[in-house]
Design a binder for this molecule. Structure first.
Ligand code: G6P
Length: 762
């Protein structure tokens, strides 16, 4: 209240002062007008009386006719009386009301006589305000006397007093109205939201977690909302970390947290920066409307981005990536650097530019039409074009040069290369910087040697990879396949007991590191405002569908994800269990991916057509069996779908890990919801409490949807709790910690020495 008063008091004072000045002005003007008016009236009256009185002076004086004249004239409105004086100022006649006061002519009459002019003045006689107007009387060119008209002007004071009162009332009403309005506005737009924000911050400070208050829109509040929300998140995260650390210390459990990773990496790296090279950048800048629209920041739909960001945040490293957004060049500095995340700049993004041809050959061609289908058993034939292979080598060289330039001045740098886009990079970097510790993490499966062997350049790829000190895969069987492939393809000593390869004296360790996410737990996230049911109803409302049960799928539209198989299973489910029609809707979030490649374009069209076909078969009123949302969704948007879903389907035909499965589990703090998970995704080895399915078996899939929708909530809770504790323990911080700790533990001063098992153990 005090703040509100402080804000509106100056306003009230200003309004009062202005109103009073205005009232005073009005009063003065009114008085002036009324006085002018009476003066003019007196003048006219006196002149007309003068004409009648002057001829009377020819007669013998005093004369009764003068008295009759003044008596007749004395009846006018406000006229107190009339008096006629001779040239010596002696009254010749006057109205009775003046008798006692004006026996001798008043000063005004003397003044008029002296100067021979009409003259009027305002005076107060016996406390009565009066106006006296005097006019000289003439006869035959001689001044023979004066005429005095006396008006009672009490009415002027009365009228002015009325005006003053009205103006003051007006001023009071205005002040009250403006003050009231200001009070409401200030409370509504300023102090109210600020008080709510303060209250919210207090609840956060005291350890309760609530959704942020709604603040009015506007630049200042948007900024405030933004900053305060971030502050609250950070505070919550810090508190949760501290609590978790304390709990861990207490229970002696060794869980990895962002903070522990930060501390551990700063010890391991001894403040040396970390260099990550990945094709996909963590933040893309794009024009929202063609080339002239506002620049918008997008976090690409990529498990790799989800997993690597916490590592970069923990180490303040440099992420070297292809600048693929159409506004990317507009936001970098002269060295093609940019500090990210935009809200919280904590590490450096270095963008590497590629021409359209390079992107076509290296990314679309060799990486995505060659290696991707080669490594995923999804029955799409790989295409190996010699020109793509040339582009792949050139772009690997380009990234190697960029990384080498970034590492200049850093002794024994730590380098983390990512994925199948850069198989040649480890050797290129190692040749230029033998002191660097280089690891590559292969985010997709590694097939058996027979399958890999169809690649015409398998030896070059393997040789490039073996330049690394450490190669990571998601699961052990990918490591096994890799070692078998090395055995068959190149000349090297594969040590199965130590899981390493010695090629020309250089040792490469091969290890499984199951990638993961950070589990959302109390305090890590602002608790959702709504229950699952309410969120589902809100989403259905926004999307214009009617359904009481929701299933969700979140994928890049990729043939390895088994989206068509999933849709067919949904179709069969509605055939087998018609009672779910009009109740259950499956929402497929499909981020269009690699759309310059024909196979992907066709798939996108097939998925959309299949959804339409199934919908046409079953849909009724506002209900439809499948809602295919064909666009990129942010993490925040996806979180709402996870929260609203009774089940989540991950039906990959083959997948290195699949982080959607882990994200769904991570987001279900309520321990509800069922995960249907393909046994061909790496995640199935850890999330054994999911309903594990063969995505090719449409009947089994349809049955699992039915089972999920009928699963009692205690069974859902026990399965979800198990899965959550698995994700909690094997989170992304552990992944990064294990990978980087193995890498930093490697001694590189004696490259031909295979490390003792002691050195290799974590
Ligand atoms: C897979 C790959 C990642 C890649 C992601 C998205 O998960 O392993 O390296 O970032 O797909 O694909 P994109 O081609 O859009 O980068």
């Amino acid at each position: 209240m005090r703040t509100t008063l402080k804000l509106i008091l100056p306003l009230i004072i200003s309004v009062v002062v202005v109103s009073l000045l205005f009232a005073a002005y009005q009063v003065r003007t009114e008085r002036r007008i009324l006085r002018n008016d009476i003066s003019r009236r007196a003048e006219i009256l006196a002149e007309s009386l003068q004409e009648t009185v002057e001829p009377q002076f020819d007669k013998q004086l005093p004369d009764k006719s003068l008295q009759r004249l003044v008596d007749r004239f004395g009846q006018r409105e406000h006229l107190k009386g009339v008096a006629i004086y001779n040239a010596n100022g002696i009254a010749l006649a006057m109205t009775s009301g003046l008798a006692s006061l004006f026996q001798l002519r008043p000063a005004a009459a003397a003044y008029a006589a002296d100067r021979n002019i009409g003259y009027g003045e305002f005076l107060r006689v016996n406390d009565t305000p009066i106006h006296v107007y005097a006019l000289p009387l003439h006869r035959n060119g001689q001044m023979v006397g004066t005429l005095a008209l006396v008006h009672d002007v009490t009415y002027i004071d009365r009228q002015v007093a009325h005006t003053l009162r009205d103006s003051l009332v007006n001023a009071l009403v205005q002040t009250l109205f403006i003050a009231g309005l200001a009070l409401v506005l200030v409370r509504w737009t300023l102090t109210g939201p600020l008080t709510r924000t303060a209250k919210w911050l207090r609840t956060l400070r005291t350890g309760q977690s609530h959704a942020p208050p709604s603040l009015p829109e506007g630049e200042l509040f948007d900024q405030l909302h933004h900053e305060v929300t971030h502050l609250a998140r950070d505070l919550n995260a810090a508190r949760a970390t501290a609590e978790e650390e304390a709990r861990l210390r207490d229970s002696n459990v060794s869980l990895w947290t962002a903070e522990r990773l930060r501390v551990s990496l700063s010890n391991k790296l001894q403040n040396k920066p970390l260099f990550v090279i990945a094709n996909r950048e963590p933040y893309m800048h794009v024009h929202s409307n063609g080339s002239n629209g506002n620049v918008q920041v997008i976090v690409p739909a990529s498990g790799l981005v989800t997993a690597l960001e916490p590592v970069l945040l923990a180490t303040d490293g440099t992420w070297i990536a292809h600048g693929s957004g159409n506004a990317d060049r507009e936001v970098v500095d002269a060295k093609d650097h940019l500090r990210v995340p935009p809200d919280h700049p904590s590490y450096t993004l270095r963008r590497v530019w590629l021409s359209a041809e390079e992107e076509k050959g290296y990314y679309e061609g060799f990486a995505n039409e060659g290696i991707w289908p080669l490594c995923h058993i999804a029955h799409t034939r790989p295409i190996f074009r010699p020109e793509d292979w040339i582009a792949y080598q050139e772009v690997n060289r380009r990234f190697a040069d960029a990384a080498i330039a970034e590492m200049e001045g850093t002794e024994s740098p730590i380098v983390l290369v990512q994925d199948y886009h850069f198989a040649l990079l480890p050797r290129m970097i190692k040749e230029a910087r033998p002191d660097a510790r280089v690891a590559i993490f292969w985010h997709i499966p590694w097939p058996n040697p027979e399958v890999f062997g169809i690649c015409p350049w398998q030896r070059e790829l393997i040789d490039g990879l073996l330049g690394a000190d450490l190669i990571g895969f998601h699961i052990q069987s990918h490591c096994n396949n890799f070692l078998s492939t090395v055995d068959r393809a190149v000349e090297a000593l594969t040590e199965w007991d130590r899981f390493s390869v010695n090629r020309q004296g250089h040792v490469t360790r091969v290890r499984p590191y199951p990638i993961s996410v950070a589990l959302q737990e109390n305090g890590h996230s602002i608790k959702p405002l709504r229950s699952t049911k309410e969120e589902g109803a809100a989403l259905c409302n926004e999307l214009g569908i009617s359904a009481t049960l929701i299933g969700v799928g979140v994928d890049r539209v990729d043939y390895t994800k088994g989206i068509l198989e999933r849709f067919r299973a949904i179709e069969l489910f509605f055939e087998l269990y018609p009672s779910y029609q009009r109740r259950f809707t499956f929402i497929q979030i499909g981020a269009p991916s690699r759309t310059n490649i024909e196979r992907y374009q066709n798939l996108l069209a097939d998925v959309a057509a299949d959804a339409e076909r199934i919908n046409a078969r079953f849909q009724a009123g506002h209900w439809k069996p499948i809602l295919f949302l064909q666009r990129h969704h942010s993490h925040e948007e996806i979180a709402r779908f996870y929260h609203a879903a009774s089940l989540c389907m991950v039906t990959s035909l083959h997948d290195g890990m699949n982080l959607v499965a882990k994200e769904f589990v991570s987001s279900r703090e309520d321990n509800l919801g069922v995960l249907i998970l393909s046994t061909f995704a790496g995640a199935a080895l850890e999330l054994t409490d999911a309903l594990l399915v063969n995505p090719y078996d449409v009947q089994q899939l349809a049955g699992s949807i039915h089972r999920a929708l009928n699963m009692p909530s205690d069974e859902q809770a026990s399965r979800m709790q198990h899965m959550r504790s698995s994700v909690r323990e094997h989170n992304v911080y552990r992944w990064a910690a294990n990978l980087l700790s193995d890498l930093t533990d490697i001694r590189i001063d004696t490259p031909d020495r295979i490390e003792s098992s002691e050195t290799l153990s974590r």
